[in-house]
Design a protein around this ligand. Structure first.
Ligand code: SF4
Length: 367
């Protein structure tokens, strides 16, 4: 028997925990248009009609990495340190300089991630995070992916809880939620290497970190070798984890960017996900997990502004942030204002109400 939008909406609103089978049926039974309509109406019910974004500034402290994931174009193999020009580690002074630039942009959030750098001691992280807090105390410090936090523990001889305690003492307010990729082991083995924790460990670590009082986002990286069952499984596991131990602020679907990755060089992946798939993933995040994790963020930098705008009518209720960094934009006040105005315009044209938000998705101001 095929059910329609109204039936599924009642099921989701009444039950809040739809199964993998239900989600697969929704994919099969509802047309693309109806699925988006369902996700859009759930977004209004679960998150209201505002769409937010943070004014955030990115700092990447090092690109040396001992993981060498096939999906990554960012890393320089850690073993090449000292033998290549492409690798770097920011010094405390470099980080301070970046934080001062973030202040010029009026950033409310500093987003910090890097590679798995085996040469950095625990004190390095404490030093750079304290420095950021000193330079821009008014901003929220959102730092490190869950696999990075786990890696720092393993390489510095600290337990996960010790690392998290020391990070919080140094000023880290939230984790970034990255590194979730796809939890399914067969897919994960093709897109990461064994240095990156398993999907099960990622979820376990998330529970421990959340229990300690550090919240953060959650992510999925799609558009490589996965299929829709893997995507559904990922969202179900995120949702169930959240119901056991709350702490995820949002889900941010990240579209795999093909260029310059080992997956592209090996010919294993030839094309990036289509716009239609982007919208499918956003709608599935909303349909499966929206009742437990009510913020579904549309990462406009990866999707492009047009698809991002459609994503705001496909279950998304957020545009992530301005993602300023010196690598992307010149340090001018004018660009800062242009970008927030442009995001406001994307939101208004999608028929939603633009708001600037903080890291925890609290509204700071209406546009
Ligand atoms: S761990 Fe992160 S930085 Fe390192 S290769 Fe994998 S995705 Fe890239």
């Amino acid at each position: 028997m095929m059910y329609e939008v109204g039936y599924w909406q009642d099921q989701i609103v009444g039950n809040n925990r739809i199964s993998r089978k239900d989600a697969a049926e929704i994919m099969q039974d509802l047309s693309f248009h109806d699925r988006l309509r369902l996700a859009d109406s759930l977004a209004s019910l679960q998150a209201g009609d505002t769409v937010g974004y943070a004014v955030s500034y990115n700092i990447n402290y090092s690109n040396y990495c001992s993981a060498s994931c096939p999906i990554c174009a960012f890393y320089v193999p850690a073993k090449l340190k000292g033998r290549t020009n492409g690798g770097y580690e920011l010094t405390e002074e470099d980080v301070r300089k970046e934080a001062r630039k973030a202040r010029e942009y009026h950033a409310t959030e500093i987003h910090v991630v890097g590679g798995f750098n085996p040469y950095l001691p625990m004190e390095y992280y404490e030093t750079i995070f304290k420095a950021i807090k000193e330079e821009i105390p008014e901003a929220t410090l959102k730092a490190l992916t869950i696999p990075e936090i786990d890696f720092i523990g393993r390489t510095t001889g600290n337990s996960l809880t010790e690392v998290v305690n020391r990070l919080m003492d140094a000023g880290v307010d939230a984790h970034t939620g990255g590194g979730a990729e796809i939890f399914d082991a067969s897919v994960r083995a093709q897109i990461t290497t064994k240095e990156k924790i398993s999907g099960e460990k990622w979820l376990e670590d998330a529970k421990i970190i959340h229990k300690m009082g550090m919240r953060g986002n959650s992510t999925i990286t799609y558009g490589h070798v996965e299929n829709y069952d893997h995507i559904i499984d990922h969202f179900v596991r995120l949702r169930d984890n959240q119901l056991e131990q709350p702490g995820f602020i949002s889900i941010i679907p990240l579209k795999f960017s093909l260029e310059n990755t080992p997956l592209q060089r090996s010919g294993k992946v030839r094309n990036e996900a289509s716009g239609r798939k982007d919208l499918d993933v956003i709608s599935l995040a909303r349909i499966i997990a929206g009742a437990a994790i009510k913020n579904v963020s549309v990462y406009w930098v990866a999707l492009g502004k047009l698809t991002a705008q459609l994503g705001l009518r496909a279950g998304g209720n957020d545009l992530v942030g301005t993602a300023f960094s010196e690598k992307i934009f010149g340090a001018t006040d004018r660009r800062d204002k242009t970008y927030t105005r442009e995001l406001d315009q994307i939101i208004l044209s999608a028929g939603k109400i633009p708001v600037q938000r903080d890291t925890f998705y609290n509204i700071i101001r209406y546009a």
